[in-house]
Design a protein around this ligand. Structure first.
Ligand code: PEP
Length: 242
């Protein structure tokens, strides 16, 4: 079954490396899954240009929680859309933890992204401490509820959810795929209760070509959000054909 692979390149490539990788993936032929590439902002417009004759879509890695105005260093959702992107990652744990994004900022970003006709990829995930103290489900439920407060989702495809246990990101220690499947089912049910829509829930956290199949074979896992392993054309190609 066709799944969604999201390549989150973070700040992991130089300008030149990004261009090189984009050129490479624009030559990929017949692959199984659907690919969304999220380069840094400097490369976003050009990425969309380079990939325009392919089925590959692009996304921003973040957006401002303001519409427009005197916000030095911010990037608006409208400009991300104008650069040709269809998606935007919101609430990645690195944004929550390092840049102190809270639930109300994330909620505002989702509203603004939807108004700009971008499809948010909302990231959710528990920390190791929350996991160890048995709070995973309440934490996920509250992240979801707060992020979607006051938001009406018109079509299921307007919003993607990414379940990324914080302890699994970049650690080389993915969640067991059977446990991930149970968590995805839980998140999908909570999301349905809140939105009335069957949203796609994607897994992220130390996915590599060698373990990707364990996840995508699961019924409730709609795809993969991949950081480290999406930075090389060879492993990205393998992920797309699993
Ligand atoms: C991520 O940054 O969202 C991520 C899943 O990274 P990695 O694949 O490197 O764990």
């Amino acid at each position: 079954m066709k799944k969604i692979i999201i390549a989150n390149w973070k700040m992991g490539l130089t300008f030149k490396e990004t261009q090189f990788l984009l050129e490479k993936i624009s030559t990929f032929e017949a692959y199984r899954h659907f690919l969304i590439v999220c380069p840094d902002f400097l490369n976003l417009a050009q990425a969309t240009q380079i990939l325009k004759d392919t089925k590959i879509k692009t996304g921003g890695q973040n957006c401002s929680f303001h519409h427009h105005g005197a916000y030095t260093g911010e990037i608006s959702a409208l400009d991300i859309k104008a650069a040709g992107a269809e998606y935007v990652i919101i609430g990645h744990s690195e944004r929550r933890r390092i840049f102190k994004e809270d639930n109300s900022m994330i909620n505002q970003k989702i509203k603004i992204a939807l108004e700009a006709k971008l499809k948010p990829i909302l990231c959710l995930g528990e920390s190791l401490l929350e996991r160890k103290t048995g709070r995973t489900r309440p934490v996920l439920s509250s992240q979801l509820k707060n992020a979607l407060k006051g938001i009406k989702i018109r079509k299921a495809s307007d919003l993607l959810l990414a379940y990324e246990p914080v302890w699994a990101i970049g650690s080389g220690q993915p969640m067991e795929s059977e446990e991930a499947e149970r968590m995805h089912k839980y998140i999908a049910e909570r999301a349905f209760a809140l939105t009335g829509k069957r949203l796609a829930v994607i897994y992220g956290g130390s996915v590599k070509p060698d373990n990707a199949h364990d996840f995508i074979k699961q019924k409730n896992i709609a795809g993969l959000l991949v950081g480290g392993a999406s930075l090389q054309a060879k492993s990205l190609k393998r992920l797309l054909n699993i």
